[in-house]
Write a protein that binds this ligand. Sequence first.
Ligand SMILES: Cc1cc2nc3c(=O)[nH]c(=O)nc-3n(C[C@H](O)[C@H](O)[C@H](O)COP(=O)(O)O)c2cc1C
Length: 474
Amino acid sequence: MAFESLDDFIRAADKVGEVQYVDGADLEIDVGGLTELTAEQNGPMVVFDKFAGYPEGFRVAANANRTLRRFALALGLPIDIHPLELLRRWRDKRAGSVPMAARVVQDGPVLANMQQGDAVNIESFPAPRWHPGDGGRYIGTQDMVILRDPEQGWVNMGCYRAMIQRRDRISLWINPQKHGRILAQKYWQAGKAAPVAVVFGCEPVTWMTASMSPPFGTSEYELAGAYRDSPVDVVELPLTQLPVPAHAEIVVEGEIPPESEETAIEGPFGEWPGYYTHQGPEAVVRIKRIYYRDNPIIAGAPPLRPINWSNFTNYMHLWEHLERSGITDVAGVWGFYNGLLTVVSLQQRYAGHAKQALITAAGFRHGDMKTYYVTVDDDIDPTNQEEVLWAMCTRVDPTTAVDIVRDAWTADLDPRVSPARRAAGDLTVGRMLINACKPFAWREQFAKTNVFNAEDRKKLQAKWGDLLANSGKK
Ligand SMILES: Cc1cc2nc3c(=O)[nH]c(=O)nc-3n(C[C@H](O)[C@H](O)[C@H](O)COP(=O)(O)O)c2cc1C
């Protein structure tokens, strides 16, 4: 069953041991630091409360979706299955799901409190400085920026970072190709400010869809309804008529003026690849009203150095893309460092099969910063970093199994783009395609592996399960 609110999700996560509560942390160092350190251990989500200077109950929930267990919990899937099996189940769920429009309701918890006029003060909410080098407090890391297409009427949601500028201003960093920016530009070109709503905290599946990119013209609300198996209840805000989740935590209503009229210095902000790359004048939201639930929770998904975070949805999208493109026998898709290294495992059927998969994967639209593409045979678990590295180290002859693609698209936050290229707007870097499958033509003669096979392992587990369960403990 779908969760109504972030609070509901936290309660469910708590029941399966996935929540750590912390009182009295400070917003400059503790919140960001504990969020990073717990994530490094693949730990629970952290719910912070009782900040000095803020009402008790005004909380921050960090890393709600970060691990596979919590991701599965949010989607109503089994929480302790193999990552590839989880991807498969989600893919099946998507295949069987039907877009479901949001359901407009007249009232909701998000309308319980309101600030307007001189009372507007976004600084009244405990937004953390996620990393010491950040240029400000970021209230929006796991947010949803909502805009309506002025020509066609559909509503887009995107997750774009939001920094507090002052009481009635936040700035947004929306990259050029993002739908939110394209929609804002439509208003700006007509000399108008773009009406906008920004949501800071809601149940996790709706938020996840805001970080996906269905085709231009499709509302993420419809996707959210499909994945939740029930429509998202929304209230239409009085000033903009923009729909926001009725159970959202904090919502800003306002407008984004044309950038020729007003911008603010945004950033720097510790980004997901692990660096600071961007700081500059960016669009602002002039806040007209703030709505919030009693005891609101800011959802936080700060970019942490990509220790072990996986962008599960992208792997699933890539898997679908490969199959749509006619690549058969894909056994799994995974990635490391948020997909900077992307792995496709497959059962090779014909000469050139693995290369075809590599080329197709590297051309996928979601592949902006994904530099290394690797194919492995289906005896390699693509979710297991050690196995992937082993295949790369033992099945690859670099003189024949590696291809370099030059000048492929990348993102502003790619630290490898030189200052000269950046200044020229040439956001491109290379891709490396590594075929770590056994060479197709002589795969049968390839040296046999000496590891125990799956069947033997199963037998060993059955016989020695207790011993093995404890063998890794210090
Ligand atoms: C945690 C998180 C933070 C993100 N921050 C930004 C951001 O600051 N700017 C941006 O352009 N995209 C950001 N993205 C990526 C967009 O949310 C994503 O590309 C989404 O599909 C955009 O929606 P759109 O296709 O409707 O524009 C972020 C994604 C996640 C998961």
